[in-house]
Design a protein around this ligand. Structure first.
Ligand code: ATP
Length: 515
């Protein structure tokens, strides 16, 4: 029994005794069964036990919340009933994890051979790509206890508290082996140590290293860490014997998106017109979490529309909701501003079409999220390598809205803020990471930046200017088309893919330009 529970039982007994003694004291018959010494002793014990119980229940939490949570003591809850069937795509990763699973399920086979269980696996990659899901599936496939902790739970003001939490977590894992410890956002405790590091964080990281080194070879405890920033982690954490298996979990490709959408729609009533393959095409660049969100949003929209089934229209609305944000009801946009937005969005659409980079799915000037208008577009196929010309084209498309504003109104607005951010990011990567500037092949690091910031800015600006000039040239050569699209937007507020294709066809001149 836990110390806390024993104290509670003693407290209850001593309170009952104290009450009996108090009643005895005021007994009208005058017969006293207890002496003054008995009473003082019992009351004192009651007071001491009460104080001990109070301090025991209110002391600072020294274990991760998941471990102190009563639910966590329930073994059923610690064993996820998630398997690899629930993880769509990511086939190579599942294959790689198969060995670890076999090790846990048939550990004696490996121990006989003198093999060590892989202690630490590190998943890294963008958010929402299924890292937690994979870790849970490993626990599910091996019927292991799943212990979840977030790196930030170990970050404390008081020296030693984080380290104690790490110790407690590993103690529980060993007690309940086979078990999987999953530490999300491991960079919160595992980032590189330096002279300015804080003592508490270093102690916590050291404790984690000690615990990982301290496993016996026959202890079936696997630690899985997850981070969005592998580059931030301390070398010591990554060396063999610790997190030595690094697995990149990236955004899903078209086929994986299709499989993820299938997993998340398998319990939903879908209309016959829903084409999952088409939906996978339209959701380029989205993570598994985004796709799960779209499936859920589509179901909610169907309920809102009193439909029995989820239709492709509901999915389109859900995609728009996730990609462009919440539609603003009754927006108070001035007529003049609407005109500017329609020109801006028409500019994006025309340059995207002419440069033949992306398929435009929809243009809209209905405000959503913080945007007054948007162009929904996606590449026809997944691309893993982009040429210098294609990157420049991407920047031209991003800057086309501003270019159109400048050409038509002879002035520019604040509407291009997000576009400028994205364009600058690409241009910066071209200079610093891809060797696509006059600075040559070298990768630009922090040291270079300290002393040559102006040179870097000059190169980035050269790229942005070049792409902007190209966008302006395309818009200027297609002014009729620009006005036509802008006028339709002013009238109908949005243009869908098919209608847009029809408009483009009338303007052969523009579509020919792509060569
Ligand atoms: P973060 O880095 O933000 O912690 P993560 O990579 O751990 O994110 P998860 O929490 O595993 O992401 O994924 C969030 C949700 O997205 C899952 O619960 C699941 O619904 C869905 N999801 C992500 N990837 C997949 C996948 N490959 N198959 C099925 N569902 C997925």
């Amino acid at each position: 029994m836990k110390k806390k529970n024993i104290l509670f039982i003693i407290l209850v007994i001593s309170i009952v005794l104290s009450i009996i003694m108090a009643i005895d004291l005021i007994n009208p018959s005058g017969i006293k069964r207890f002496t003054l010494g008995d009473r003082i002793t019992v009351w004192l014990i009651t007071l001491i036990v009460y104080l001990m119980h109070k301090s025991n229940t209110s002391k600072p939490q020294l274990v991760p919340s998941v471990l102190s949570n009563d639910k966590a003591n329930n073994k059923e809850n610690d064993k996820p009933n998630i398997s690899f069937k629930d993880v769509a795509g990511l086939e190579e990763i599942k294959e790689e994890l198969q060995e670890t699973i076999d090790f846990i399920n048939n550990s004696s086979k490996y121990i006989r051979m003198g093999a060590h269980i892989p202690k630490g696996i590190l998943f890294y990659g963008p958010p929402g790509t299924g890292k937690t899901l994979l870790a849970k599936a490993v626990a599910g496939e091996t019927n292991s206890t799943f212990l979840y902790a977030s790196g930030s739970e170990f970050v404390e003001k008081y020296v030693g508290v984080g380290a104690k939490r790490v110790r407690t977590l590993f103690e529980k894992a060993k007690k309940e082996a086979p078990s999987i410890i999953f530490i999300d956002e491991i960079d919160a405790i595992g980032s590189k140590r330096n002279l300015e590091s804080n003592n508490e964080k270093d102690q916590t990281l050291n404790q984690l290293l000690v615990e990982m080194d301290g496993f016996n070879t026959n202890e079936t405890v696997v630690v899985i860490g997850a981070t969005n920033r592998l580059d931030l982690l301390d070398e010591a954490l990554l060396r063999p014997g610790r997190f030595d298996r690094h697995i990149y979990v990236g955004n899903p490709n078209m086929k994986a998106r299709e499989q993820i959408l299938k997993v998340h729609t398998r319990n939903k009533p879908l209309d016959k017109d829903v084409n999952i393959k088409e939906l996978a095409k339209k959701t380029h660049g989205l993570s598994g979490a985004d796709l799960a969100n779209i499936a859920n949003e589509a179901a909610i929209i169907a309920v809102r529309h009193n439909s029995n089934r989820i239709s492709s229209e509901h999915f389109n609305m859900a995609i728009e909701r996730v990609l462009a944000g919440l539609q603003i009801k009754n927006p108070t946009v001035l007529e003049k501003e609407k005109k500017t937005v329609s020109i801006h969005e028409a500019g994006h659409a025309i340059v995207a079409k002419v440069l033949n980079m992306d398929k435009v799915q929809k243009i809209s000037i209905v405000p959503r999220g913080h945007a007054l208008g948007y162009v929904l577009k996606f590449p026809e196929e997944d691309r893993y390598l982009l040429t210098e010309k294609e990157l420049l084209n991407k920047i031209s498309i991003l800057l086309a809205g501003r270019a159109a504003e400048e050409i038509i109104f002879n002035e520019v607005t604040t509407g291009a803020k997000d576009d400028l951010d994205k364009a600058t990011k690409i241009a910066r990567e071209m200079v610093c990471d891809y060797g696509m500037s006059d600075l040559g092949l070298m990768v630009i690091n922090e040291n270079f930046l300290k002393f040559n910031y102006d040179i870097l800015n000059e190169e980035i600006n050269k790229i942005l200017e070049k792409a902007y000039e190209k966008a302006k040239r395309i818009v200027e050569e297609n002014l009729d088309l620009l006005h036509k699209i802008s006028n339709i937007l002013m009238e109908k507020e949005s243009i869908e893919e098919d209608e847009l294709e029809g408009i483009f066809k009338e303007y052969e001149k523009a579509t020919d330009f792509a060569s």
